[in-house]
Write a protein that binds this ligand. Structure first.
Ligand code: BGC
Length: 249
């Protein structure tokens, strides 16, 4: 069974039909730059363009980098502030004519990793973090997601964690891998002390370069890189939509 997955990010909006049984993209993904300013209307138009590109008619899942409650975008840390309070699900539904599930980006990436990647078969407490423009979090207990956790905003040394240890901090501040890893480790150690997870999964685009920093990370819990790289959001969105709309295999 195929379901369309779309990943809305700060720099790009990417999508592809996903074979949700295999956890794979069915065809090559299509990517369009995120419009600036990234207002709800402008972003939803780009999502509709991707839907058209695949001539997609049917259920679809869509990620968004914010807290999402029943389709409504509740926060806007790294996106245009006009999203806050917008029913993104209804808007995208209206623009595309398809049934849409909107969910948090890190939750979607975590769902994909738990089903087909680094968290496959892992019970106990698993925490996935995505390191990009911000820091996303997804917490699983025996494979069950606790949605909309926002630990990138945890305060560390008087600053939000995602303002110290995101992938953007590394590039913007020109941090050495060692310095950045030290900040990430401080954040993970805090999470470790609060949740006592069995496993941390490190995701986001930077997980592609994990050999540069993974050995520098050390917490009580095991730490592994994500396996699904930049496809995790698309695949997780499609899996979640399949469950939500009760699509049969
Ligand atoms: C947002 C989260 C999001 C994370 C990663 C944070 O700024 O508050 O909702 O998951 O960035 O994109």
């Amino acid at each position: 069974m195929e379901i369309l997955g779309i990943d809305i990010g700060g720099s790009g909006i990417k999508g592809a039909p996903v074979n949700v049984k295999m956890g794979e993209l069915a065809v090559e993904r299509h990517r369009i730059e995120t419009p600036q300013p990234s207002t709800p209307e402008a972003v939803a138009d780009v999502v509709a363009e991707i839907v058209q590109h695949f001539n997609w008619e049917g259920p679809m899942g869509c990620t968004f980098p914010a807290v999402i409650k029943k389709g409504v975008v509740c926060t806007a840390a790294n996106v245009d502030k006009s999203w806050q309070g917008t029913n993104g699900e209804a808007l995208i539904q209206e623009k595309t004519g398809n049934p849409v599930l909107l969910l948090n980006d890190a939750d979607a990436a975590g769902i994909a990793e738990m089903a087909f990647g680094a968290g496959k078969g892992q019970d106990g407490v698993v925490i996935m973090h995505t390191f990009g423009t911000g820091i996303g979090s997804a917490i699983f207990i025996d494979g069950q997601l606790l949605p909309n956790t926002e630990f990138g905003h945890l305060e560390i040394r008087g600053q939000e964690a995602e303002h110290r240890a995101s992938a953007r901090n590394r590039t913007d501040e020109g941090l050495k891998w060692k310095t950045w890893a030290w900040r990430v480790n401080e954040f993970l150690s805090r999470m470790d002390g609060l949740f006592w997870p069995d496993l941390f999964i490190i995701g986001g685009g930077i997980s592609r370069k994990h050999e540069k920093f993974l050995d520098l990370l050390d917490t009580r819990a095991e730490i592994v890189p994500a396996q699904m790289l930049n496809q995790a959001g698309i695949i997780g969105a499609a899996i979640a939509a399949g469950k939500h709309f009760k699509v049969e295999d």
